[in-house]
Design a protein around this ligand. Structure first.
Ligand code: ZN
Ligand code: ZN
Length: 324
């Protein structure tokens, strides 16, 4: 055997050997795995790299390959490079909200969606237990739900109003892009029903729905008092779907931390707004959020694969039989 050939064989052998070493079982701890304490579903929710959430009963194995990274094989599917896994995930998801709203209008009811930006399930529960949100407490405890990845406003809002994961909405970041699928406002319009969104100073989605923008007219540092005033006006003669997007809990959470006194006091203000809004409203109501928030260097942030960011509450109030 020539020297050249033995060199080639040695290279091939070493590549094979390294593949065997690298293509080994990964411990689940090498992937982010969240174990939901309040388990509702047995099995697993797997967040895929292309923005989907897939459900499986069993994880057969997790391997790591040289070229493809982690590969997870379940009883149901195989995916490469998942973002993370949630064990015993909540039954509800942000992608169910649009169906709930459409069901309401199909039953002839109107529906009010109150969207509290940045309210994770853990903060909601803390606020309930510590007495910060007495009105919301009187409505009964909401359900824990999953949101999509990355847990940021534009991405989650798109999934909330379309019922689809980012893989199908096409919204994976804060970049303004058209939705790839119809939203609830399009679907309502097809049924001859009206919709309106009460928003802050910019339109977050490129949806065609009529949007009432608000600015901090009184300069008190938040637009939510103006959003509340706009919502109260709309509620006198509401469209079939009215979505009101409050921003201040997220803003205060970023600045002071999601479980800070400041953020919770602001949540208390929102609770009183919600009480006023619901008092005279005749229709079904959904109170929910887009994502949660975790503590970070004196403040708060969101956008990563963790329980604080990915679990949100959904509180539903039904007007009458039918609807939600
Ligand atoms: Zn948000
Ligand atoms: Zn935020």
């Amino acid at each position: 055997m020539s020297r050249k050939n033995s060199y080639i064989i040695a290279v091939i052998l070493s590549i094979l050997l390294s593949c065997i070493v690298i293509f080994q079982r990964l411990e689940p701890s090498e992937l982010p795995v969240i174990k939901s304490e309040e388990c509702h579903l047995s099995g697993f929710a797997v967040y895929t790299a292309d923005g989907d959430i897939l459900y499986a009963n069993r994880i057969e194995n997790i391997k790591k390959s040289l070229f493809k990274g982690a590969i997870i094989k379940t009883d149901n599917f195989t995916v490469e490079n998942p973002i993370g896994i949630i064990q015993s995930p909540p039954l509800e998801s942000i992608t169910n909200i649009s169906d709930k709203a459409l069901k309401s209008i199909d039953m002839g009811n109107k529906v009010l969606i109150i969207y509290i930006d940045g309210l994770g399930y853990d903060q909601y529960e803390k606020a309930l237990n510590e007495g910060w949100i007495p009105f919301m407490k009187s409505l009964g405890k909401g359900t824990m739900a999953l949101t999509v990845y990355p847990p940021i406003t534009d991405v989650a809002f798109a999934s909330m109003v379309t019922g689809e994961t980012p893989k199908y909405t096409g919204i994976h970041s804060r970049e303004k892009k058209p939705l790839m699928v119809p939203d609830i406002f399009d679907k309502a319009s097809e049924k001859g029903k009206t919709s309106k969104v009460i928003e802050g100073n910019i339109k977050i989605l490129t949806a065609e729905v009529e949007t009432v923008l608000n600015i901090d007219e009184n300069g008190n540092g938040t637009i939510d008092d103006e959003i509340y005033e706009s919502a109260m006006k709309e509620i006198q003669n509401p469209p079939h779907i009215l979505l009101v997007h409050f921003h201040s809990f997220d803003d205060f959470g970023h600045e002071y931390g999601p479980s800070s006194q400041e953020a919770l006091e602001q949540l208390k203000v929102l609770d009183s707004y919600i009480e006023d809004m619901i008092k005279d409203y005749r229709g079904d109501i959904i109170i929910t959020s887009d994502h949660g928030m975790h503590d970070e260097e004196g403040g708060g942030n969101h956008g990563i694969f963790c329980e604080a960011d990915l679990f949100i509450p959904i509180i539903q109030i039904k007007l009458q039989s039918g609807g939600l």
